[in-house]
Write a protein that binds this ligand. Structure first.
Ligand SMILES: [Mn+2]
Length: 315
C-alpha cells in the first residue's frame, strides 16, 4: 500500500478508471477514492469508456465522469477491474495502480492492491484510505457505501462477511446515508419495466411438483410496453423466489427465431448441467443457454420447460 500511496503522491494527473458496462462497485470506488484525494492539489480525472447507468446518477461527482482519456495522465488508478482490456485506456506514459477484489485479477498494475476475500472493491478502498490516514468525506462515504451495498446485494449475498458490516458502519459514521442510497438505487424503476414484468409474471407456471417455476417473454411484450431487453432482468429471480421452488426458468424470444433461457437455483440443483442440455452453461446456481427455434415461441417454450422438468424429476 505504501508504494501505491507513493505513486499517488508523486503524480500530477491521476485518472480514476472504471470498467466498461460499469456497476455501482467500479463507479462508487472510483468516485469515492477521487473525493478522498481532492484536497491534494492534483489534477484528477474520472474516466469510463462507454455508457453509464442512469440509476447511479445520485453518486456525488457522477457528472464529472468523461469518456475522453487525458493525454497528460501520469497515473491510472484502476478500480474493480479484473481485466485491463475492460478499462479501455488511451495511450500515454503512465503507471497503473490496480485496486480490486476479483480472484482472477492477473495483477496488471505497477502496484496491485487485490483482496479476493473483500466483499467489494469499495472495501479494499476503505482499507487503503485507512492506511493513508485519510478519513472519507460524506461524499466519498456515500459513493463507497453504495458500491459495498450493491456488490453484497444489500448485505444478502454469500460475500457478506463481518468486514462488510464493519465497513458499512464506518462509512455511515463518515456520513453515508444508508436509507437514501437504498431508495435511490432500488426505488427508481421505470414504468415500462414494471409493466413488462407484470406481463412476464402473468405467464408463470409451476412444474416438477412445485420445484420449478417458469416464466417467458415474447417480443410483443416489449413492443406493447416500450421496455428495453435489459428491463426483463430480474424475472428469473422472481420465479425462483417462490416458497418451495428450487429452480427458476425464464425464456425470452429473441430476434431471428432464437430463444434465450436463464436458469437460477436456490440450494441443491445444479443448473449448469440443466443449461448444458441445450448447449449452454454457467455456474451451479446461475446458468443460461441460447437455441435456434423452428417452432411457434409458445410451443418451443413448453417443450424446453418439459425437458427441464423431466430432468429435475429424474433427480
Ligand atoms: Mn466488485
Amino acid at each position: 500500500m505504501q508504494e501505491a500511496f507513493n505513486l499517488i503522491n508523486n503524480s500530477s494527473h491521476i485518472v480514476f478508471a472504471s470498467h466498461v458496462n460499469p456497476d455501482a462497485d467500479t463507479l462508487g470506488s472510483a468516485l469515492g477514492l477521487m473525493h478522498a484525494f481532492k484536497t491534494m492539489g492534483k489534477k484528477l480525472t474520472l474516466y469510463n469508456q462507454g455508457e453509464l447507468p442512469k440509476t447511479l446518477d445520485f453518486m456525488p461527482g457522477f457528472e464529472l465522469i468523461t469518456d475522453v482519456f487525458p493525454k497528460d495522465a501520469d497515473l491510472v488508478v484502476a478500480l474493480d477491474c479484473g481485466d485491463i482490456k475492460r478499462l479501455g485506456l488511451g495511450a500515454g506514459a503512465y503507471k497503473i495502480v490496480n485496486i480490486d477484489h476479483h480472484a482472477s485479477n492477473p495483477l496488471y498494475g505497477d502496484e496491485n492492491i487485490v483482496m479476493p476475500k473483500a466483499a467489494s472493491t469499495a472495501s479494499v478502498v476503505v482499507d487503503f484510505l485507512r492506511y493513508c490516514q485519510i478519513r472519507p468525506s460524506a461524499e466519498s462515504a456515500t459513493c463507497l457505501y453504495a458500491a459495498l451495498a450493491s456488490d453484497t446485494g444489500f448485505f444478502k449475498y454469500e460475500s457478506t462477511n463481518e468486514k462488510a458490516f464493519l465497513d458499512a458502519a464506518y462509512l455511515c459514521e463518515c456520513g453515508a446515508k444508508a436509507a437514501d442510497v437504498a431508495r435511490l438505487m432500488t426505488q427508481r424503476e421505470s414504468l415500462s419495466k414494471i409493466k413488462l414484468l407484470s406481463k412476464i409474471l402473468a405467464t408463470l407456471e409451476l412444474a416438477a411438483g412445485g420445484k420449478m417455476a417458469y416464466v417467458y417473454m415474447t417480443k410483443q411484450m416489449l413492443d406493447e410496453t416500450g421496455a428495453k431487453q435489459d428491463e426483463a432482468d430480474g424475472a428469473v429471480e422472481m420465479a425462483r423466489s417462490i416458497d418451495g421452488v428450487e429452480v427458476g426458468l425464464f425464456l425470452r424470444e429473441l430476434d431471428g427465431g432464437h430463444i434465450r433461457g436463464s436458469l437460477r437455483s436456490k440450494s441443491y440443483i445444479d443448473v449448469n448441467s440443466l443449461a448444458a442440455l441445450f448447449g449452454g452453461g454457467g455456474h451451479v446456481r446461475a446458468a443460461g443457454f441460447t437455441i435456434k427455434n423452428e417452432l411457434l415461441f409458445a410451443d418451443a417454450a413448453k417443450k424446453i420447460a418439459d425437458t427441464i422438468e423431466t430432468h429435475i424429476l429424474k433427480g
